[in-house]
Design a protein around this ligand. Structure first.
Ligand SMILES: C[C@@]1(CC(=O)O)C2=NC(=C\c3[nH]c(c(CCC(=O)O)c3CC(=O)O)Cc3[nH]c(c(CC(=O)O)c3CCC(=O)O)/C=C3\N/C(=C\2)[C@@H](CCC(=O)O)[C@]3(C)CC(=O)O)/[C@H]1CCC(=O)O
Ligand SMILES: NC(=O)c1ccc[n+]([C@@H]2O[C@H](COP(=O)([O-])OP(=O)(O)OC[C@H]3O[C@@H](n4cnc5c(N)ncnc54)[C@H](O)[C@@H]3O)[C@@H](O)[C@H]2O)c1
Length: 198
């Protein structure tokens, strides 16, 4: 079976500055995904025009800055991540070239082969977050799986996480003893249901 070799990480977008080039449907979708996860995400969007939905989003989230202009090299200065989401394939390619020269990580929305990272489909329940990737095969399946998991994960799990944090902070002893105790307490989460019935 073919394997997904992407390595998931969870960015703290309030500590990074993201440049999005393109203020149309896809630019809006990507910016919206970022602020839904991190309302303080620092995002600059450069585009020759913006969808009204993008303008509304920028009014709602003050860490979004809209710059109505053509993309230029200088837009990359001080940015940690870039998303090229214009409708112009050649332009997207040239943004990629410039980002590579500047050693900035880039996602090129119309060319998976040029992406240093993909955005995932995201399940969120309180403190829990699960990011899904289909290796770029089918973002629609990722979206559907998100809906399934969102329903399947009980709301009560967040309470479990909060209680476990309290226990974790209280546990004394050396590191391996702490790990042993936490594994014991959480054993119930992976207990075989059939074994319970027996
Ligand atoms: C998960 C999600 C996150 C997000 O965007 O926030 C995401 N795409 C979503 C939706 C979606 N995207 C597309 C459709 C239409 C149906 C279809 O074409 O399949 C739908 C469905 C819909 O909108 O309902 C079209 C599309 N997408 C890409 C291309 C280019 C290509 O494949 O060549 C094209 C063709 C463009 C064209 O034909 O013009 C590429 C990528 N899309 C990815 C992520 C990355 C791979 C993730 C993975 O590994 O699975 C990757 C590689 C790069 C990236 O964008 O990061 C988000 C779900 C949000 C949610 O959870 O609700
Ligand atoms: N990755 C994904 O999830 C995904 C999904 C669907 C489509 N796409 C791809 O994303 C791309 C964008 O699609 P869209 O629907 O958002 O397009 P769109 O036409 O709605 O928006 C294009 C944006 O690019 C901007 N732009 C164009 N030239 C520019 C320039 N020189 N400088 C600055 N901004 C410029 C425009 O001002 C506009 O804001 C398409 O190539 C499409 O194939 C990706």
């Amino acid at each position: 079976m073919e394997e997904n070799r992407l390595f998931p990480v969870f960015f703290k977008l309030n500590r990074l500055h993201v440049l999005v080039v393109g203020g149309g449907n896809i630019g809006h979708e990507k910016v919206n995904a970022m602020v839904q996860n991190c309302p303080e995400a620092t995002i600059t969007v450069v585009a020759t025009w913006f969808l009204p939905e993008m303008e509304t989003l920028a009014h709602e989230y003050h860490s979004i800055t809209l710059l109505q202009k053509e993309f230029s090299c200088g837009d990359l200065l001080g940015k940690d991540l870039v998303i090229a989401a214009t409708s112009d394939r050649e332009l997207n390619h040239s943004i990629w070239e410039k980002a590579k020269c500047s050693k900035v990580l880039i996602n090129v929305a119309d060319t998976p082969e040029l992406c240093d990272f993909y955005l995932g489909s995201i399940v969120q329940k309180g403190n829990l977050k699960i990011a899904i990737s289909t290796n770029g095969k089918s973002p629609t399946v990722a979206k559907r799986l998100k809906q399934v998991l969102q329903e399947a994960i009980p709301d009560g799990l967040d309470e479990v996480l909060n209680k476990l944090q309290v226990i974790r902070d209280k546990l004394k002893g050396d590191f391996s003893e702490k790990v042993k105790q936490l594994n014991k307490i959480t054993e119930v989460l992976v207990q075989d249901k059939d074994a319970d019935k027996a």
